[in-house]
Structures are given as structure tokens and as C-alpha cells.
Design a protein around this ligand. Structure first.
Ligand SMILES: *[C@@H]1O[C@H](CO)[C@@H](O)[C@H](O)[C@H]1NC(C)=O
Ligand SMILES: *[C@@H]1O[C@H](CO)[C@@H](O)[C@H](O)[C@H]1NC(C)=O
Ligand SMILES: *[C@@H]1O[C@H](CO)[C@@H](O)[C@H](O)[C@H]1NC(C)=O
Ligand SMILES: *[C@@H]1O[C@H](CO)[C@@H](O)[C@H](O)[C@H]1NC(C)=O
Ligand SMILES: *[C@@H]1O[C@H](CO)[C@@H](O)[C@H](O)[C@H]1NC(C)=O
Ligand SMILES: *[C@@H]1O[C@H](CO)[C@@H](O)[C@H](O)[C@H]1NC(C)=O
Ligand SMILES: *[C@@H]1O[C@H](CO)[C@@H](O)[C@H](O)[C@H]1NC(C)=O
Ligand SMILES: *[C@@H]1O[C@H](CO)[C@@H](O)[C@H](O)[C@H]1NC(C)=O
Ligand SMILES: *[C@@H]1O[C@H](CO)[C@@H](O)[C@H](O)[C@H]1NC(C)=O
Ligand SMILES: *[C@@H]1O[C@H](CO)[C@@H](O)[C@H](O)[C@H]1NC(C)=O
Ligand SMILES: *[C@@H]1O[C@H](CO)[C@@H](O)[C@H](O)[C@H]1NC(C)=O
Ligand SMILES: *[C@@H]1O[C@H](CO)[C@@H](O)[C@H](O)[C@H]1NC(C)=O
Length: 480
């Protein structure tokens, strides 16, 4: 009884093996004898694509007609040998409508449809595009969730879905696409993306850019960011609902160029980032950071944007910031104390300096007059004393100057008249006295605010100040 069963099995086995071999050779046959199979499918898929979309009249898709081979259609690139569509690139073409199933374009390596008016959801059969390396659907109105099937495209290197109307969570397996280097999911409006950044992303050890700005994401992705993303150059999670701290490990991501985590609920201290020598933007504004500004920031020669505003940072403003020749500095609404370091006044390329709503005191350093390209200077609501530096007359580029609600005294320098770019000057609520100039910015009552200074006189008529000759001191002088 045993033997027949065994031989039966053996026969079955041989049958199966033969069947497999047979099918394989059939497949080979069909590939070699009908080479048009693939490119016909691609043409059909492109036509389905075209029929699904509303093109503008005489738009790019009108060239998709039979007088040209589909490989020559605008935006289409084919592989030379097999005439399979490898690139479909139609940026900024005012295409509207929804995306049809696209999974038949199995040789597609690059799909770029950014800056159009596409609506509807991302087709789930996109997961069939196993060769896809670059997907860019940014700036459209795509809705619905990011299909989990997309994570089956294991060759993806860049994914850009910025500025759509996508909702729901980021599919967990995103981090399983191990070749992913750039992931941009920022600025999805209306209901936008929510939930946590999946922990699988910690596995993207080669990733160089992760951008999730302006959604409704939460969790403490950063706190748990252990040793895993050493290659990151750009990391942006601003305008979300993240909690937690910035771990010290951040300073081991030594190539980091941009860190923007502003407008979240992050706490703890600003980490020592003094060794991130390539950092150009460090944004931690509008969180709940405490502690002091690390002096080591002064080593970051490439830093252009330092955004620390709207936190509870205390202590002194490090003079080492005076080292950073390309800086724009945003420090408003903190608890900073002490005087303003004269060194910062040496920043030849300082373009914007905002330190309002702190507890800074002492005199305004005259060195600020060396910041010749300064356009925006806001020192309001501190406790600065003494005179407005005469050197402010050198700030040829200044457009906005606010020194209100300090303890400044003395006269308004006549030199401010010569600042031809100045549009808005606020000197209100100080202890300024003497004559208000009447040239330049002072000619237009809507450009200046000087209320709350008790001893000013003169100026243009609309200010309704007493004439200087009526004021004590001046009167006696003129009577002399
Ligand atoms: C498909 O490819 C074959 C061989 O490269 C070519 O002769 C044929 O014209 C192509 N068909 C289409 C529709 O492009
Ligand atoms: C995909 O290809 C199959 C087989 O060629 C075809 O039946 C189907 O209609 C195609 N689908 C689309 C959306 O192009
Ligand atoms: C087909 O496309 C070509 C190339 O863009 C264009 O010159 C021609 O006018 C188009 N033909 C039709 C019927 O739209
Ligand atoms: C996607 O396309 C937009 C505009 O066409 C471009 O600015 C952006 O850099 C692209 N994204 C990637 C990752 O290349
Ligand atoms: C991903 O691909 C695997 C096979 O490679 C398949 O079993 C699975 O259903 C696919 N998943 C999705 C979500 O498409
Ligand atoms: C995200 O959705 C929330 C709630 O609907 C909304 O308040 C927020 O403005 C949206 N974000 C963006 C960038 O539109
Ligand atoms: C996408 O969001 C914008 C607002 O950001 C809205 O004007 C537009 O109607 C939305 N599109 C769709 C298809 O929901
Ligand atoms: C990360 O990768 C490791 C090794 O490939 C794997 O064991 C682990 O499950 C992955 N973790 C996540 C969250 O995907
Ligand atoms: C961070 O970098 C320092 C110096 O390069 C190294 O000694 C330390 O082990 C690193 N820490 C981690 C957690 O990788
Ligand atoms: C900083 O950038 C330069 C130029 O791109 C690069 O050569 C260098 O390796 C970077 N430094 C670090 C620490 O990544
Ligand atoms: C200023 O920059 C130089 C050069 O990077 C650095 O050696 C020095 O320590 C910095 N000074 C301060 C006060 O940070
Ligand atoms: C600012 O002036 C007010 C009123 O004269 C005074 O009470 C306050 O102590 C002054 N602040 C400083 C820091 O001098």
C-alpha cells in the first residue's frame, strides 16, 4: 500500500516541476515573440490617464495624439530598448481632474505631476509601481489618505506630497521603504495629516530630508530619535502638535543644515548645537523652551536664521552671536535679561533683529549703527535706557524701527530724518524730550508714533505738539 502512494507523489512532483518549467518557457516565449505587449499596455495606460484628466485647451495633452509615437508625447520618456514609459513628468500644466489607476505603467521610475489642480485620491494601484524612484505630486488638491499600498514601492527614493488636502495618518510602513532619502508631507490643508510620525521612520538610516510642516501631527517623535538618522540634512516638523524635548543626540547629526520645530508644544532646554557647523536655520520659536541660549551657537558660522522667539528663555544674550556674520535674529517674547551685547552690533549682514518683549536693559549699543543692511529692528517693551544712538543715522536700509516702551531719554536724533527707506518708526512711551524732526519719515504722521513721551515739542503740525519755543528751557533760551 505504501509504495504506490509514494510513486504517485513522485509522479505528481515530476508533473509539477514540468508544469513550472513549461510555464516559464511559455512566459519567455511570450516575452520574446510579442515584444509589443508591454508598450501597448503603456500606451493604453497613458490614454486612460489622458481621458481621466481635464486638460486646458491646447494644453500639454493635446500633443498626446496618434500623429506622434507615445514615447514622443510631451512629458513622456521611454526606455530606449523596450519602449516602456519610465518617466511621466507634467509639472505646472493646469491639469485638473482625478488620477486614474496608474499601476499598469510598471516601468515607471519617475512620476512628477506637481503644481496642477489634481483632485480625488491617490490611486491605490500605485503600489504596483515597483520600479518607482521619484514621486512628486506636490501642490495639487489631492484628498483622502495616503494609500498604504504606496509603501510597497520599495524603490522609492523621494516622495513629495507637499501642499495637498491629504488627511488621516502617515501609513506605518513608510519606514520600510529603505531607500527613501527625501520625504516631504508638509502643508496639507483643511483636515490635514494627523496622528504620529510612524516609528518605522527611525529605520530610514540614510534619510536626508524629513518635512512634515503645517499639519496636525502629534506625539514625541524627537524625544525618541535615538541614534538612527545620522545623515539628516533637513528636518522640519514646525506648526504641528508635537510634544517632548529636543534630545542631546541631535548634536550627533553632524551634517544638519536645517532644523525647524517651531510652533509645537516642545519643552526642555535648547540643546547644545555648537558642533552642527553646517546649520543655516535653527527654528524653535513658539514652544515652551526654558533655560539659556547656548553660547556655543556662536560657533555656527553658516547660521542665517536663529528663531527662538515666544518661549521662556532666560539669562543673557550671548555675545558670541556677534560671530555670526549672516544672521537674522528672532528673540522676541522671552525672559532675556542683561544688556544687549555690543558685539552683535558688529553683524554686517544682520537683516532682521527682533528682541521685543524681553527684560533687556542698559544702553542700546551704538555699534548697531554698523548693521548697514538692517531692515527690521524691533527692541520694543524692554528696559533700555539712555539715548537713541546717533549711529542709527547710518542704518540706510532700515524700514521698520520700533523702540517703544523702554526707558529711553534725550532727544530724537535729527539723523533719523535721512533714513530714506524708513516707513515705520515707533518711539512711543519713553522719556524722550526736545524737538521732533520734521523731515524724512517725520513728514508723514501715519509713519511715526511718539505718544507717551511727555516733553517733546515741534515737528509737523499734525502731531499737535507745543512749539519748542513754548517749552521751559527752550523759552528761556530764546529769551536770552
Ligand atoms: C512597441 O515596440 C516595438 C519594438 O520596439 C515597436 O516596433 C512598436 O512600434 C512599438 N509599439 C508601440 C505602440 O509603440
Ligand atoms: C491595465 O492593463 C490590463 C491588461 O493590459 C488592461 O486590461 C487594463 O484595462 C489596464 N488598465 C488600465 C487602467 O490601463
Ligand atoms: C498632435 O500633436 C502634434 C504635436 O504636438 C500637434 O502638432 C498636432 O496638431 C496634434 N494633432 C491634433 C489632431 O491635435
Ligand atoms: C517637486 O516639484 C516641485 C515643483 O515642481 C519642486 O519644487 C520640488 O522640489 C519637487 N520635489 C522634490 C523632492 O524634488
Ligand atoms: C504589497 O506587496 C505584497 C507582495 O509583494 C502583497 O502581498 C501585498 O498585498 C501588497 N500590499 C499592498 C498594500 O499593496
Ligand atoms: C489643519 O487642520 C486644522 C483643523 O481642521 C486646521 O485648523 C489647520 O489650519 C489645518 N492646517 C493647515 C496648514 O491648513
Ligand atoms: C483644498 O484645500 C483648499 C484650502 O486650502 C480649498 O480651497 C480647496 O477647495 C480644497 N480642495 C478640495 C478638493 O477639497
Ligand atoms: C527597523 O529595522 C529593523 C531591522 O531591519 C527591524 O527589525 C525593525 O522591525 C524595524 N523597525 C521598524 C519600526 O520598522
Ligand atoms: C555622539 O558623538 C560623539 C562624538 O562624535 C560620540 O562620542 C558619541 O558616542 C555619540 N553618541 C551617540 C549616542 O552616538
Ligand atoms: C558641511 O558641508 C560641507 C560642504 O557641503 C561638507 O563638505 C561637510 O562634510 C559638511 N560637514 C559635516 C559635518 O557634515
Ligand atoms: C567665533 O568663531 C570662531 C571661528 O569659528 C570660533 O573659533 C570662536 O570660538 C567663536 N567665538 C565665539 C565667542 O563663539
Ligand atoms: C524705567 O523708568 C521707570 C520710570 O522712571 C523706572 O521706574 C524704572 O526703574 C526704569 N527702569 C530701569 C531699568 O531703569
Amino acid at each position: 500500500m505504501e509504495m504506490p502512494v509514494f510513486s504517485l507523489r513522485l509522479q505528481w512532483w515530476f508533473f509539477l516541476v514540468n508544469l513550472v518549467i513549461c510555464i516559464r518557457s511559455l512566459k519567455l516565449e511570450s516575452l520574446s515573440s510579442t515584444p509589443t505587449f508591454g508598450n501597448e499596455t503603456d500606451k493604453l495606460a497613458l490614454l486612460v490617464f489622458k481621458n481621466h484628466l481635464a486638460d486646458v485647451p491646447n494644453g500639454v495633452l493635446s500633443s498626446w495624439n496618434d500623429s506622434l509615437h507615445f514615447c514622443q508625447w510631451q512629458g513622456v520618456t521611454c526606455s530606449r530598448r523596450h519602449q516602456r514609459v519610465t518617466v511621466l513628468r507634467l509639472e505646472g500644466q493646469s491639469l485638473a481632474g482625478s488620477l486614474p489607476p496608474i499601476g499598469n505603467l510598471t516601468f515607471l521610475r519617475e512620476l512628477v505631476l506637481s503644481n496642477n489642480n489634481l483632485q480625488g485620491s491617490i490611486p491605490t494601484d500605485i503600489g504596483l509601481l515597483r520600479r518607482l524612484q521619484h514621486l512628486n505630486l506636490s501642490t495639487n488638491s489631492l484628498q483622502g489618505e495616503i494609500p498604504v499600498e504606496l509603501t510597497n514601492c520599495s524603490n522609492l527614493i523621494t516622495v513629495d506630497l507637499t501642499r495637498n488636502n491629504l488627511t488621516g495618518q502617515i501609513p506605518f510602513p513608510f519606514g520600510h521603504m529603505s531607500k527613501l532619502l527625501i520625504l516631504r508631507l508638509g502643508r496639507n490643508s483643511v483636515n490635514n495629516l494627523s496622528g504620529m510620525i510612524p516609528s518605522s521612520l527611525y529605520n530610514l538610516s540614510s534619510a536626508i530630508e524629513l518635512v512634515f510642516t503645517a499639519n496636525r501631527l502629534s506625539g514625541n517623535f524627537m524625544s525618541s530619535m535615538r541614534f538612527s538618522l545620522p545623515q539628516l540634512l533637513r528636518f522640519a516638523i514646525a506648526q504641528n502638535q508635537f510634544i517632548g524635548i529636543i534630545p542631546d543626540i541631535l548634536s550627533n547629526i553632524s551634517g544638519l543644515e536645517l532644523l525647524d520645530v517651531g510652533e509645537n508644544y516642545l519643552t526642555g532646554q535648547v540643546p547644545d548645537i555648537g558642533n552642527l557647523i553646517n546649520l543655516t536655520t535653527f527654528g524653535v520659536a513658539q514652544n515652551d523652551f526654558t533655560g539659556v541660549i547656548p553660547t556655543s551657537i556662536g560657533k555656527l558660522q553658516n547660521l542665517r536664521q536663529l528663531e527662538l522667539s515666544w518661549n521662556r528663555l532666560s539669562g543673557l544674550l550671548p555675545s558670541s552671536l556677534g560671530n555670526l556674520s549672516q544672521l537674522s535674529l528672532y528673540l522676541q517674547q522671552n525672559l532675556l535679561t542683561g544688556s544687549f551685547p555690543a558685539e552683535v552690533g558688529e553683524l554686517k549682514n544682520l537683516n532682521e533683529l527682533l528682541v521685543s518683549d524681553n527684560k533687556l536693559s542698559g544702553e542700546i549699543p551704538m555699534e548697531l549703527g554698523n548693521c548697514l543692511v538692517l531692515e527690521y529692528l524691533d527692541m520694543a517693551r524692554n528696559s533700555f535706557l539712555g539715548n537713541i544712538p546717533l549711529s542709527f543715522g547710518f542704518l540706510r536700509g532700515i524700514r521698520f524701527l520700533d523702540l517703544s516702551r523702554n526707558n529711553l531719554s534725550g532727544t530724537i536724533p535729527k539723523e533719523l530724518e535721512h533714513l530714506s527707506a524708513l516707513l515705520s518708526l515707533n518711539l512711543s512711551y519713553n522719556y524722550l524730550e526736545g524737538e521732533v524732526p520734521s523731515g524724512g519719515v517725520f513728514k508723514n504722521v501715519s509713519g511715526i508714533s511718539i505718544t507717551g513721551n511727555k516733553k517733546l515739542c515741534g515737528g509737523i503740525r499734525q502731531l499737535q505738539l507745543p512749539a519748542c519755543s513754548d517749552i521751559d528751557g527752550f523759552t528761556s533760551q530764546s529769551n536770552w
